[in-house]
Design a protein around this ligand. Structure first.
Ligand code: CTP
Ligand code: CA
Length: 225
C-alpha cells in the first residue's frame, strides 16, 4: 500500500483540505454551527491521499472520523480554522469543503446564560473571516489551485458562478442542498464543477465517487503545470 500511495500522480504534492462545520461558542454550553457531517471533505482528503498527495486535513467537529494517512488538525471555530490553514501554507492546492459558520457571537459569555423572568437574551453577531476568499486573494503563498464549495438552495449555478468570481478561487464545486433533493445529511451528492472556462455537471453519485472524480481533476490539473 505504501508503494502504491507514493507512486500516485499526486506524489510530492501538498494539499490542504478543510472539512466539517465550525462551532462558534455562545457560552460554555451553547454554540452556533452549520449542518455538516464532514463526509464530503473526508472523502476528498481520502481520495487525494489515495493518489499520493500529502494531505493536511483541517477539520471542525465532524460526525465522521478523519481519514487515515493524513495530517489531522482539529479546530472548533472559524478563527482557529483560518489560523490552521495559514500555518499549513504554502501548498500546491487548497480544497475548502468546510461549512464555516458565517457569524460568531460578538462576545462569548464566560458563564452560562440563564433563563430569567425579565425576557429573552439578545445575541450580537460579528462576521467570521472568509478563509477561502482570503487564501484565494493572497499575493504571497497562494496555492496554484484553490477549490471552493457552494452549497445553495436557490439559483444554484448563478449563485455559485458569482461566488467563484467574488472570492477569486479557481474552481467552485456547486451543489443544490434544497430539502427536496435529500442531499443534506445523505451519502450522495450531485455537483457542478465551475471554473473560469465554464461548468460541468456531474451525475448524482456517492460522495466517495464525487471525491475520486474531483481528486482525478486536481491530479490532471497539477500534473499539467
Ligand atoms: N468559506 C470559508 N470561510 C468562511 C465562509 C465560507 O472558507 N467564513 C468557504 C467554504 O468552505 C466554501 C465557500 O467558502 O468553500 C463557500 O461557502 P458559502 O457558505 O457557500 O459562501 P459564503 O460566501 O459564506 O456565502 P453565503 O452567504 O451563501 O453563505
Ligand atoms: Ca456561508
Amino acid at each position: 500500500v505504501q508503494n502504491a500511495l507514493s507512486d500516485g500522480p499526486l506524489k510530492g504534492k501538498r494539499i490542504v483540505v478543510t472539512s466539517g462545520p465550525t462551532h462558534e461558542p455562545i457560552d460554555p454550553v451553547r454554540y452556533i454551527a452549520n449542518r455538516s457531517s464532514g463526509a464530503q471533505g473526508t472523502a476528498i482528503a481520502s481520495a487525494l491521499r489515495a493518489l499520493g498527495a500529502d494531505v493536511v486535513f483541517v477539520t471542525g467537529p465532524a460526525d465522521v472520523p478523519p481519514p487515515q494517512g493524513v495530517e489531522v488538525i482539529k479546530v472548533e471555530t472559524a478563527r482557529e480554522m483560518r489560523q490552521a490553514v495559514l500555518d499549513a501554507l504554502p501548498a500546491d492546492a487548497g480544497v475548502f469543503a468546510a461549512a464555516v459558520a458565517d457569524w460568531r457571537v460578538a462576545t462569548e459569555a464566560t458563564s452560562k446564560i440563564k433563563k430569567t423572568k425579565d425576557g429573552l437574551p439578545t445575541l450580537e453577531f460579528a462576521e467570521n473571516p472568509d478563509i477561502l476568499a482570503e487564501v484565494s486573494q493572497m499575493t504571497k503563498d497562494r496555492p496554484p489551485l484553490v477549490v471552493g464549495f457552494a452549497a445553495e438552495t436557490d439559483d444554484v449555478i448563478a449563485n455559485a458562478t458569482a461566488k467563484r468570481a467574488r472570492k477569486g478561487c479557481d474552481w467552485i464545486v456547486a451543489n443544490d442542498v434544497s430539502p427536496a433533493t435529500g442531499i443534506m445529511g445523505g451519502s450522495e451528492n450531485a455537483v457542478t464543477l465551475i471554473s473560469a472556462d465554464g461548468s460541468e455537471a456531474w451525475p448524482r453519485m456517492g460522495k466517495d465517487a464525487v471525491a475520486r472524480q474531483l481528486a482525478d481533476h486536481i491530479a490532471a490539473h497539477l500534473g499539467a503545470d
